[in-house]
Design a protein around this ligand. Structure first.
Ligand SMILES: Nc1nc2c(ncn2[C@@H]2O[C@H](COP(=O)(O)OP(=O)(O)O)[C@@H](O)[C@H]2O)c(=O)[nH]1
Ligand SMILES: [Mg+2]
Length: 254
């Protein structure tokens, strides 16, 4: 569930980039990081755990304009792709507001995509969420390569609800921002409905209707800064994610 602070009028929305290992999730976040002016985003944070094999997942907080008086922040997160990190994927999904499924378009990876998508459905169920109702967009990535799964095949297998899908080449920045826009468009109304309805500080509807999600400003020079942190266990990771997300949200002034 989105994190909302009525005192500082901050609203944090969690977007998870989900998909098989090496499909391009981190590449999406890196591109967004580079495209955004440093005033519009926090550091790109890599969480590194200290288990049998090192792995990463990433958190990028960005500002995303306003709904009424409320400042919106997105917490963009990736999940670790390797099969054996199911527990980590599940914990990253906790409280998710919107999901980008980053599929690898290469023909030999069709099964990996299907398995991973099935895992997403199961993991959501375990945290009492339904893949059929969560805001979701598809990114069919690596369209710059050869031997590709046709878009119609992808849509038939993954996307019977006819949700937005984007053909991308994340490594070249193609479709990355578009994907972010699509998931924002789907997520913001749901979050508004869920979190803000019935509250005292209700956002004025007529004001909110007019709001554009405006979070893209060209960066001049954006040096990449990765923060690596070592953890011993899953709870530490969850706590740290929560802390980092809230830190950026509460220190942001405009
Ligand atoms: N050709 C091509 N390679 C890509 C694309 N997106 C990502 N990659 C590469 O795929 C590899 C894995 O990407 P990464 O973002 O780390 O995958 P993740 O495991 O989903 O986070 C990297 O070498 C990327 O440069 C793409 O659109 N086209
Ligand atoms: Mg990654």
């Amino acid at each position: 569930m989105a994190f909302i602070n009525y005192t500082t009028k901050n609203l944090a929305i969690k977007i998870v980039y989900y998909g098989p290992g090496l499909s391009g999730k981190t590449t999406n976040l890196r591109y967004i990081y580079k495209k955004l002016d440093s005033r519009s985003r926090g550091d790109l944070i890599c969480l590194e755990t200290d288990m049998e094999r090192t792995y990463f997942f990433d958190l990028l907080p960005i500002k995303a304009g306003k709904i009424g008086d409320f400042k919106i922040h997105f917490q963009l997160m990736t999940v670790p792709g390797q099969v054996f990190y199911e527990a980590s994927r599940k914990s990253v999904l906790k409280g998710v507001d919107g999901i980008v499924f980053v599929a690898d378009s290469q023909v030999p990876l069709l099964d990996a995509n299907l398995e991973n998508f099935d895992g997403l459905r199961r993991n959501l169920l375990e945290i009492d969420m339904d893949l059929n109702t969560v805001p979701l967009v598809f990114q069919y990535n690596k369209r710059d390569l050869e031997n590709l799964i046709p878009v119609e095949t992808f849509n038939n297998l993954f996307n019977p609800r006819k949700l937005p899908y984007i053909e991308s080449s994340a490594v070249n920045g193609v479709g990355v921002i578009e994907t972010l826009r699509e998931i924002s468009k789907l997520t913001i109304p749901v979050v508004r409905e869920k979190v803000l309805k019935g509250k005292k500080e209700k956002i004025k509807e007529e004001k909110a209707e007019k709001e554009e999600v405006a979070f893209i400003t060209e960066a001049k020079v954006a040096p990449m800064r990765l923060i690596k942190m070592k953890f011993k266990n899953q709870e530490d990771v969850e706590d740290e994610i929560e802390k980092l997300a809230q830190e950026f949200t509460s220190k942001s002034k405009d």
